[in-house]
Design a protein around this ligand. Structure first.
Ligand SMILES: [Cu+2]
Length: 612
């Protein structure tokens, strides 16, 4: 399945066509900011979802979108840590979804349009059945927020036009960059694509004490990609959103990527900057594209040493970190809080580029251009040595208490035409020899050699699709270690709701033809125990930050730890490649008080993930 891997591992893409749009023509737009507490002393606001017209590029006709407050992306909501906010998300959207959805061969994936000059479907292209009829069935999730299950945007609890979802966000978290977006069951990829996404910032005293660049020098960069339809007769871009997925021979669908990169809703914008420090709140809001970010000058030289990472999904790092070699890869839903020092680039033009090459041929690497003013500027800001002093690195057995839950999840490559999509399996460890299957490989059974003990451990799949039995029940305030074991296939950014986590370990199994050696894809089980995994990719300093979304590559065994405190209810975890999420890589889990858990009648064969 290497042909479906969206891997941010290659060199710069060949130069792609611009399809008639001038690069860096339009200024970057800044989404309007809503500060409910500080401006209006409100702890309750209404956000209306409407159909709106967006101008993605000044050389394009307008584009119909679904948008929060009519804005694409939605307004940035800004709150203080500890100040509760209630939001009434009002669905005022009329009509069906404003996009054309098609599927076709992989060579089509990043080409605009889908019809030939006679108006017929191009060879191999077909309409994505059922998408054109989708009504606005929406539910909002505040990604990264610690809030109760009833406020979290449970995917099944989407509402239709004329209804309102009322939510409450305690904002009892440290300063960070979050985002709100649609999460409706089975159609998230289309709803978000139609425009339902926006940024949400929490601020606190610790952040304020750092005197980071602010105001006009603190700028959200909401990255995404889109495809557009063309007029059959002229083949000119129409502005109409075109959701084009590719299908490979096995029937596996390759998630959407498009030929146009957008920042804050503008295709290839530019930003005039002073020759001084700026703070950028970067979010990858794309359906599936990974962006490997690099800062490049007009001669093509990379200047990533002018960039510092100061925060991740869940808040500020303990100290500024440099970009990793080759650039900073942001998977869908990941955020990066960046500082860039433009002082040594007076009068120059720099580009923010994506060095990840997607499937389907040449795609434009440029995201946007910075035009640095030639004037000398006094900049009172100096980069601090330390950032968050409240940050604590999590370690097994110390800052993560010895007594905690373990949950195991396997990320499974697609096996056959009948199972064309990658899957997520919830696992239960078998400790009773009588429960072992008669022989291996057996469907749904995984064995691996534990690197710390050398013992063979056996796991059984207990759930896979969203509506299979719930098996993860976590006591409120308990710590849990999530083990994400990737048996083969594309990199999955796994997002766990309700808490913030840290990456603890990253180990790697040997691979054979892209899959963990010993895993029989056709059967869906291990033929022999997976070898003890060796050291995986080293954990970079910036990766030690608080996070809610973790990239897991084929062959990796990633552990992340977090405490399930401060909220209870039923939550979700899932792959944040929205196509994968909609196609089945999403599961529920429950957090409840231990006093209640005692009375909870668990379904047969499930229960706690197991203690250690
Ligand atoms: Cu995925």
């Amino acid at each position: 399945m290497t042909d479906v891997i969206i891997e941010p591992t290659h060199a710069l893409a060949p130069v792609a066509p611009n399809y008639g749009l001038t690069k860096f023509l339009d200024p970057l737009r800044i989404p309007p900011v809503i500060r409910p507490h500080s401006w209006w002393h409100q702890d309750e606001i209404t956000i209306n979802m409407t159909t709106a017209q967006a101008r993605l590029h000044s050389q394009l006709p307008v584009t119909a979108v679904w948008a929060y407050e009519g804005q694409f992306p939605g307004p940035t909501i800004e709150v203080r840590s500890g100040k509760r906010l209630r939001v009434a998300w009002s669905n005022d959207i009329e009509g069906t979804i404003p996009l054309v959805a098609v599927q076709g061969p992989i060579a089509e994936a990043n080409l605009p349009g889908y019809r030939d000059v006679n108006g017929n479907l191009r060879p191999g292209v077909s309409l994505f059945d059922g998408v054109a009829e989708l009504p606005a069935w929406t539910v909002v999730h505040l990604h990264g927020a610690m809030t109760n299950g009833g406020n979290d945007g449970w995917a099944h609890n989407a509402t239709l036009h004329g209804h309102t979802q009322r939510t409450e966000y305690p904002n009892g978290q440290q300063a960070t960059t979050m985002w709100y977006h649609d999460h409706a069951m089975a159609v998230t990829r289309f709803n978000v694509h139609a425009g339902l996404a926006g940024m949400y910032l929490i601020r606190d005293d610790e952040e304020e004490g750092l005197h980071l660049p602010f105001g006009e020098r603190e700028i959200p960069l909401i990255l995404t990609d889109r495809n557009l339809d063309t007029d059959p007769a002229t083949q000119a871009l129409t502005g109409q959103l075109l959701f084009k997925a590719a299908v490979v021979g096995s029937g596996a669908m390759i998630p959407f990527t498009g030929p146009f990169n957008l920042v804050n809703g503008v295709i290839w914008p530019h930003l005039d900057v002073d020759a001084r420090w700026y703070r950028f709140r970067v979010l990858n809001s794309a359906n599936s594209r990974f962006f490997r970010l690099n800062l490049i000058d007009e001669a093509g030289a990379t200047h990533n040493d002018a960039v510092r990472i100061i925060g991740t999904d869940g808040g500020l790092l303990p100290a500024p970190a440099g970009l990793p070699a080759g650039g900073l890869t942001l998977a869908p839903a990941e955020r990066a809080d960046l500082l860039i020092d433009f002082s040594r680039f007076k009068g120059q033009h720099l580009r923010l580029t994506n060095a990840a090459v997607p499937v389907g041929g040449a795609v434009e690497p440029d995201l946007m251009e910075f035009r640095v003013e030639s004037r000398e500027r006094h900049d009172p800001f100096t980069l601090p040595d330390k950032l968050s002093t409240s940050y604590v690195r999590l370690e097994h057995g110390t800052t993560v208490p010895e007594d905690h839950d373990h949950v195991f999840v396997a990320l499974v490559p697609p096996g056959s035409a009948a199972e064309a999509h990658p899957q997520m399996w919830e696992l239960r460890e078998i400790t009773d020899q009588a429960e072992l299957p008669d022989h291996f490989p057996a469907r749904g059974f995984l064995q691996l050699k534990d690197p710390s003990t050398g013992q063979t451990r056996t796991f059984e799949k207990v759930a896979s699709l969203f509506d299979d039995t719930t098996t993860f029940f976590i006591d409120h305030e308990r710590w849990a270690m999530w083990n994400l074991i990737h048996l083969g296939g594309p990199t999955h950014p796994i997002h766990i709701h309700m808490s913030q986590f840290q990456l603890l370990t990253r180990r790697a199994f040997p691979l054979t033809q892209g899959n963990a050696t010993g895993f029989d894809v056709a059967v869906g089980g291990t033929a022999q125990p997976l070898d003890p995994p060796g050291a995986g990719r080293p954990i970079e300093r910036y990766e030690e930050g608080w996070k809610d979304t973790f990239q897991v590559q084929a062959g990796e065994w990633v552990t992340v730890a977090g405490q399930f405190a401060g909220a209870t209810g039923e939550f979700m975890y899932h792959c944040h490649i929205l196509d994968h999420e909609d196609e089945g890589m999403m599961r529920p889990f429950v957090v409840h008080p231990p006093e209640v858990a005692k009375f909870h009648v668990h379904p047969e064969g499930s229960g706690h993930g197991g203690h250690s």
